[in-house]
Design a binder for this molecule. Structure first.
Ligand code: ATP
Ligand code: MG
Length: 309
């Protein structure tokens, strides 16, 4: 089983309007609701690929109850910690001409006690998990150490981990030695205060992170090249050229794709190829992190991988 951890989920509403007129009242033609949050996206894509998983993290209030219901409807297994604060909502307005405008509510605060409760909950899931995936941002400073604590206890029990976060939460988790550290280029630059301008910069970044005991580092950049490294090999991967519709969750789909590969004992290069293909498939569709195995398999042949020396 794979456990995904989302500290900061969101109820994602998409409101369809013909055209937004600022300062005026408009009627929507349709609304859609989905559960947002990085770890939840990984869980959705894993579920679609038939990989057993459970989503945990913080949820609260009536919005949290709705999230539980929506996850049940999607057949995504869940084991969230209930917190006193209300889970945030985000509204995305889609206009007839394709323009997209989004407003996300601020996250709720969690208490130190709630943060400790989540670490305990994940600890109980570790013996049944092959991987723990720690994805996304933290809703409040009290939770900034949660990923670090989770990765530490998983590592101590020889359970593999993914960290896909940024800023302090990510920096805090690095010393706990996650198996995989995944960031996009902007997140890397913001988190570590270093620019990735040329190949040499990626090599320096990987030297530093792998030197701290991380097994695999990946830096993505949307449609541009992915750089990935382990202690024995480094790759520059060119994503397929696609018609991008909605790139949200492409990184999350990539992680789910990689975990699919590991679950089937593929070698590292095939794991990366399938992950990149899963990211590209996601970007092709409006729906987030729900690509079919057939589409990802077909996309793989359009991924090109070069080994860096
Ligand atoms: N427009 C695109 N064309 C082709 N592939 C894409 C595109 N956008 C994303 N991908 C694929 O998905 C991978 C991850 O995308 P991206 O770098 O946007 O991740 P991210 O910023 O972490 O996304 P998120 O956090 O929303 O999941 C890319 O490395 C690439 O393989
Ligand atoms: Mg991401």
């Amino acid at each position: 089983m794979i456990t995904t951890v989302t500290l900061n989920p969101m109820l994602d509403k998409t409101v369809y309007v013909d055209r937004i007129q600022r300062g005026d009242v408009q009627r929507a033609s349709k609304i859609e609701m989905a559960v947002g949050g990085k770890g939840v996206n990984v869980s959705r894509q894993l579920t679609k690929l038939g990989i057993e998983n459970v989503a945990t993290g913080f949820i609260g209030g009536e919005v949290g109850t709705l999230i539980e219901r929506l996850l049940n409807e999607e057949h995504i297994a869940q084991d969230f910690i209930r917190v006193a604060g209300m889970t945030r909502e985000g509204v995305t307005y889609r206009e007839g001409d394709g323009t997209v405008t989004a407003v996300f509510e601020p996250p709720h605060r969690v208490t130190h006690q709630e943060a400790a409760q989540l670490v305990e909950r994940v600890n109980a899931l570790i013996p049944r998990s092959s991987w723990i995936v720690c994805s996304g941002s933290s809703p409040s400073p009290e939770a900034d150490d949660v990923f670090a604590a989770i990765v530490k206890q998983a590592t101590e029990q020889s359970v593999k981990t993914v960290v896909d976060s940024y800023g302090l939460v990510c920096r805090n988790a690095v010393p706990s030695k996650p198996t995989i550290l995944k960031l996009n280029k902007d997140e890397y630059e913001q988190t570590f205060g270093k620019k990735l301008l040329e190949q040499r910069d990626y090599h320096n970044a990987f030297d530093e992170l792998l030197g701290q005991g991380i097994f695999c580092c990946i830096v993505t950049d949307g449609s541009r090249a992915v750089y990935a490294a382990t202690n024995t090999q480094r790759w520059k991967i060119t994503p397929p050229s696609i018609n991008a519709v909605n790139p949200t969750g492409s990184g999350d789909s990539m992680i789910a794709g990689m975990l699919y590969g590991y679950a089937h004992d593929w070698d590292q290069e095939d794991v990366l190829r399938f992950g990149v293909a899963a990211g590209a498939c996601n970007a092709q569709r409006w729906e987030v992190a729900n690509s079919s195995l057939e589409n990802i398999l077909a996309m793989q042949s359009h991924v090109s991988i070069d080994t860096l020396t």
